[in-house]
Design a protein around this ligand. Structure first.
Ligand code: HEC
Length: 157
């Protein structure tokens, strides 16, 4: 690691209170907040429905590339059984044709999670907009998932 990177890592570590800093993909300038704190510069978080309409609907309304369809209980049954934290984290990190954060790096984890709730509820789940405990669980799952995926990438080298 270059000296600058070490410094940067140290600063990030401080800034987010000792959580490991999420590794950034090339081309992503600033790390998006990954925790429950409201995003700086945003008046209020968007609702799950707003985020869904703006971002997720493009694929999830019709089920493009195998995306679980809005309102389709069959598509969501297994996901709902897997549980809110896991499914939200996997969508957040990205899975197969599902781009990380639905392709919108500016979304907060909380907004993303709300959109997942909006879709899951359309298909029969009783999930609620995430509280602090749920957001923490999602964050932890997402970190685990990211590590798993990175290990796989390295195995391919
Ligand atoms: C470019 C198309 C696209 C967009 C936009 C998109 N998704 Fe997806 N999503 C997919 C596809 C395709 C899958 C199925 C991936 C698979 O399992 O192969 C998926 C799967 C998921 C899953 C299930 C993850 C799992 O555990 O299998 C969740 C949750 C999800 N999306 C949430 C969202 C949310 C929330 C948004 C909007 C913020 C969004 N998606 C936007 C294509 C998209």
């Amino acid at each position: 690691m270059k000296e600058r990177d070490v410094l940067l890592a140290a600063m990030l570590g401080l800034a987010i209170g000792g959580c490991s800093a999420p590794p950034q993909r090339a081309g992503q300038a600033t790390p998006a907040p990954d925790v429950a704190a409201p995003a700086a510069g945003k008046a209020a978080l968007n609702s799950g429905e707003q985020v869904y309409r703006e971002v997720c609907m493009a694929c999830h309304a019709t089920g493009i590339a195998g995306a679980p369809k809005f309102g389709n209980r069959g598509d969501w049954e297994k996901l709902i059984a897997e549980g809110q934290a896991i499914v939200t984290a996997h969508g957040w990190v990205g899975v197969r044709a599902m781009p990380p954060r639905g392709g919108r790096p500016d979304l907060t984890q909380e907004e993303f999670a709300r959109a997942v709730v909006w879709m899951a509820r359309s298909a029969g789940a009783d999930w609620q907009d995430p509280d602090a405990a749920m957001l923490h669980a999602i964050h932890e799952e997402a970190e685990d998932r990211r590590e798993e995926l990175e290990k796989k990438e390295h195995d391919d080298d």
